[in-house]
Design a protein around this ligand. Structure first.
Ligand code: SAJ
Length: 430
């Protein structure tokens, strides 16, 4: 089939590669000329080694990155759906723009598939009317379905092929055609949703489920701290029960999915309660880290803190919405230096915190990154804010030589606690 993938930034590129590696004639459209040039030169932006190989194979197989849309048997929309932080609503402008573009190129019997993560109702209520501007009728003259992506960053090449997929069409024939297409590509099972809105809802529910479960672990961590016990020990023991599986607490939830997608469930519903609370619990974990630091140091006033890790999770290079970045912001932001209770209620207002940031994987303009020794040199405290394996190798004796203070807050419980304590550190884990 001739396929046109709209948006080849991240998931779109992987999706375009999936189709090209399965013998389809694929054009990957993106208006970003630099991105298209880089791909044409054989330089995909990903740092995932397997995905890189997978994309290079696809380019060999004829995947054509392009700044031009083409007529195609199937248009797959993989554009971003950023969220508006204040309103917690999805910005659907890229989906709408893609819809208008697809409408210009649409022919009878073509297929249109939306893969972007969107609020329930988007395929039927937003995209279908825009595509109808082609003067073809959705569901009658062309098929339209939602097939959400589910790949885990860090393991994209594998999950792209092996994960189950959920597909919901705006009518039965749209679903049938889309299911047949994906069945020819993936090794996971294809599950038919009753309609496109359900497929959209399912994708958001999966991420909200994970977010709520992480919030539960995070709340346990805060409560355990009040009782002076280790939440990790407690969770390990709780999980021996056959029907209990508590996730891992940490300094918060980052990435472009979990901190955002749950809010999309509330785009056309007023019923979010637990899901919204979980979001706040997870976002509040950065304050918990600040409280721990403040408590261990006696005061954060004029302290020097080394933050290790601004990736949103371990061993990835993606810093979007990361707890590490939020922590840096929280420690340095002028208006947010109240620790614990608000200053007016007896809480303490801390002075300037000198924050040094190190991350071996991330490249970002959001913060100044320094090497490990520079970060630790003269620091009063060190915080592990991303679970990179590389941090396991930080030598406590060398850290003790460099640092002024002896406080370590381990957000992911990845350091060897005994080794750090033996080197004289006050070691605290979340
Ligand atoms: N995290 C914890 N504790 C845990 C697990 C995760 O604090 O026990 C944190 C991580 O450190 C990270 C955040 O949660 O900051 C999210 O990481 P993640 O590995 O749970 O998920 P993502 O965001 O990388 O990918 C998720 C996945 N969704 C689910 O697991 C339900 C992935 O399958 C989706 O494709 C992806 O969102 C997406 O694109 O929506």
């Amino acid at each position: 089939m001739k396929i046109c993938v709209h948006g080849i930034g991240y998931i779109g590129l992987a999706t375009a590669a999936l189709f090209a590696n399965n013998g389809h004639d694929v054009v990957g459209y993106d208006p970003d000329e630099e991105l298209v040039e880089e791909l044409r030169a054989g330089n995909p932006r990903t740092t995932e080694a397997e995905l890189r190989e997978y994309v290079l194979d696809a380019l060999d197989a004829g995947l054509e990155p392009s700044t031009e849309v083409v007529e195609a048997d199937c248009h797959i929309v993989c554009v971003p759906t950023p969220y508006e932080a204040d309103s917690k609503r999805a910005d659907l402008s890229y989906v709408e723009m893609s819809g208008r573009t697809v409408a210009e190129y649409l022919r009878e019997d073509d297929m249109v598939i939306l893969e972007s993560t969107v609020p329930p109702g988007t395929t039927e209520e937003v995209l279908a009317p825009i595509l109808a501007a082609s003067e073809l009728t959705p569901g009658e003259d062309f098929s339209l379905a939602h097939c959400p992506e589910t790949v885990l960053p860090g393991n994209i090449a594998h999950e792209l092929v092996h994960n189950d997929r959920i597909i919901g069409g705006i009518d039965d024939e749209s679903a049938d055609k889309t299911i047949a297409l994906y069945e020819s590509l993936v090794e996971g099972d294809i599950h038919r949703a009753p309609d496109a809105t359900t497929a959209e809802f399912v994708k958001l529910s999966q991420n909200a489920y994970r977010d709520v479960n992480i919030a539960f672990a995070n709340e346990l961590a805060r409560v355990a701290n009040d009782y002076g016990i280790s939440s990790r020990d407690a969770i390990d023991l709780a999980n021996v029960h056959p029907r209990v599986d508590v996730l891992n607490p940490g300094p918060g939830v980052g990435g472009h999915c979990l901190p955002i997608d749950p809010w999309f469930l509330g785009q056309f519903s007023d019923s979010l309660d637990l899901i919204a609370t979980a979001r706040r619990v997870n976002d509040g974990m950065v304050d918990f880290v600040v409280e721990l630091l403040d408590g261990e140091l006696g005061s954060l006033d004029d302290a020097t803190v080394a933050v290790l890790g601004v990736a949103y999770k371990g061993n990835v290079d993606d810093a979007r919405h990361s707890p590490g970045l939020r922590l840096v912001e929280r420690l340095t932001a002028a208006g947010s230096r109240e620790v614990g209770a608000a200053a007016a209620d007896g809480g303490q207002l801390v002075g300037d915190v000198d924050v040094r940031v190190h991350d071996p994987h991330v490249r970002t303009d959001a913060v100044d990154l320094v090497d490990l020794d520079t970060a630790l040199d003269g620091a009063d405290a060190m915080v592990v804010a991303a679970g990179h394996d590389a941090f396991r190798d930080v030598d406590p004796a060398e850290a003790a030589d460099l640092m002024d203070g002896r406080v370590v807050v381990d957000g992911f419980s990845i350091l060897d606690a005994d080794a750090w304590r033996d080197a004289g550190f006050d070691y605290v884990e979340i």
